[in-house]
Design a protein around this ligand. Structure first.
Ligand code: MN
Length: 562
């Protein structure tokens, strides 16, 4: 059902009400592309409907930008729609403050943060729907912003969707991001693969009647048979492992057979293997042994009619929907009586996703209980605060603005004279919460106070305060503490001209290289370049790191002040 149909069917319902509210709120606003702003929340809500999420989530999709981008306050939303919707909208608004720039803030931290902040997975779903539509309309933004958002999508949101088992959505995000992050490679692969795709499709179409007849002769009536073309981004990754030779990729387009039951999956596999010889080593039973993200299916590659290679993927409807919608698919089975417990998912699985799955299987058929279980609290012992520039700072629970300041830089800690949290001045011993936007008020030349030792929670803060107090009393530790330069550690894939590029980029940032040292440490996958720079300004250094990371061949950059 489309959004329009839903609204027409229930003109007094929650979704209709949210639509009217969003329409008024975004009123005459336009997007960068010139189209009415309302198109965006409507598109996000359409996506959420397609994932078959509940009305509250769809309504939150419609309202998700009202607090951030219009005069509406969270209290307005609460007054009009109640706590649940206000909570969801607030969650999405907070996630909007995060900005991943690929530099210091680690991707894994950011993904954890998103989950910690969200508390309710439905917030993540709204965010993913928001991002999916933004990616599809990224063309209207300036190139620098396109790159930042594409990078964030590729390193944060696509992997997050993948871990939530939203396989298809993850792939879609990854593919659009790929076209912005590596435009030349994307073009190349599009051109190269286009013809092959067409050829494969016409071949598969030609054998389709034969496959159907074969299955029916054995009493198997597939619910659907379709073709799944490999996405460009994953094709590109695969080509990198296969000498860029498209001839070695057998699963460019696979034939997908959807049947009713698991026994039918195995029966279909048997029938296919009887008709056409399978290619050894290419049979994968992800039904008995699902992938870590719960993906289930049978895969096989056979030598098909006219001696051509064909990949088949066979699965049940339920497995299919799980791979399309991931954890969200659970909403489809509110009355799952035929729930089949997933088999062993392997050791690599991360604890939190396993926890989610446990909740799912522990509360089958109970929508209320599942909703409760969606309210996550994985990171009770950590909080994630945000800098004004959108970086995520991971701190222990109970951390204060002083811990936050020292985590960023010892000078910022020493010179902290006040703090603003979400725009409001707070005392320095204020306990931070996840999602707080923290701004440190700085007074040049100020020294820390001994009282701070009473309330700081991190060892780093404590050590820095003690050290600074010793400086104050003029002890022998004096001058020793203050860093004077920055040591960059750059993991590289060596190539001609790389060092030249590093020094050009550094010079363009008006920073001086003091020394340069290449190293090939044992046990490290890439050679390491160590570069010493005459700066201790973290903002400048971070900016340099962002630029360095754009150089071809640079894998990782970290730094310390010395
Ligand atoms: Mn949005």
């Amino acid at each position: 059902m489309t959004l329009r149909e839903t609204i027409d069917r229930h003109p007094d319902g929650l979704i209709a009400k949210a639509y009217a509210f969003a329409e008024r709120a975004h009123n005459s606003q336009r997007r960068k592309s010139g189209e009415p702003y309302l198109n965006h929340p409507v598109a996000a809500a359409e996506i959420l409907l397609e994932w078959r999420l509940d009305d509250a989530t769809v309504a939150a999709g419609l309202l998700h930008d009202t607090v951030e981008d219009t005069g509406i306050t969270l209290e307005d939303i609460r007054g009009e729609f109640g706590d649940e919707i206000a909570f969801l909208v607030d969650g999405v608004t907070k996630l909007g403050r995060l900005k991943y720039r690929g530099a210091e803030s680690k991707a894994e931290n950011m993904r954890k943060m998103i989950l910690a902040l969200s508390r309710d997975l439905r917030v993540v779903f709204v965010k993913l729907a928001d991002r999916l539509h933004n990616m599809k309309t990224l063309g209207a933004l300036p190139p620098a912003k396109q790159k930042r958002i594409a990078l964030e999508t590729s390193e944060i949101y696509a992997p997050l969707a993948y871990r939530l088992g939203m396989y298809n959505i993850s792939g879609e995000l990854e593919d659009v991001a790929f076209s912005y992050l590596m435009p030349e490679e994307y073009e190349w692969i599009r051109k190269t693969a286009e013809e092959q795709y067409a050829e494969r499709l016409s071949y598969l179409n030609s054998i389709l009647p034969e496959v159907r007849a074969l299955l029916e002769r054995h009493g198997i009536r597939p619910a659907a048979v379709d073709f799944r073309a490999k996405r460009y981004s994953s094709l590109y990754r695969k080509l990198l492992r296969h000498d860029m030779d498209l001839g070695k990729i057998y699963d460019l387009v696979a034939m997908r057979i959807i049947v009713a039951t698991i026994p039918e999956c195995y029966a279909a596999l048997g029938v296919i293997h009887e008709a056409w010889p399978p290619v050894p080593g290419r049979i994968k039973d992800y039904i008995a042994l699902p992938k870590p993200n719960a993906y289930q299916s049978l895969h096989t590659t056979v030598i098909g009619p006219r001696e051509k290679i064909v990949e088949f993927q066979i699965r049940t409807k339920e497995m299919h929907e799980t791979s399309e919608f991931g954890i969200a698919a659970h909403w489809l089975y509110k009355d799952r009586s035929r729930a089949s417990a997933p088999a062993n998912a392997g050791e690599a699985e991360i604890a939190w996703i396993r926890q989610l799955r446990d909740w799912q299987t522990a509360a089958p058929g109970d929508a209320e209980a599942f909703l409760e279980a969606m309210k996550i609290d994985f990171f009770r012992h950590r909080i994630f605060a945000i800098t004004p520039r959108g970086a995520v700072i991971d701190l222990p629970a109970g951390a204060t603005p002083i811990d936050f300041a020292y985590h960023i830089h010892s000078d910022l800690g020493n010179e902290a004279s006040g703090a603003r949290v979400n725009g409001t001045i707070v005392p320095l011993d204020h306990r931070l919460a996840s999602g707080d936007l923290v701004e440190i008020i700085r007074q040049r030349g100020k020294k820390p106070s001994e009282d701070w030792l009473q309330f700081v929670t991190t060892t780093a803060a404590r050590d820095h305060i003690r050290a600074a107090l010793r400086i104050k009393s003029g002890s022998r530790f004096a001058a020793a503490r203050k860093p004077t330069r920055c040591l960059l550690r750059i993991a590289v894939e060596d190539r001609v001209g790389l060092i030249q590029d590093i020094s050009t980029v550094t010079a363009r940032q008006r920073m001086n290289i003091m020394s340069f040292h290449a190293d090939n440490p044992k046990g490290s996958r890439f050679p390491i370049d160590r570069v010493e720079i005459a700066s201790t300004d973290p903002a400048k250094i971070e900016k340099l790191i962002v630029k360095l990371k754009r150089i071809k061949g640079i894998r990782e950059v970290s730094y310390k002040l010395v």
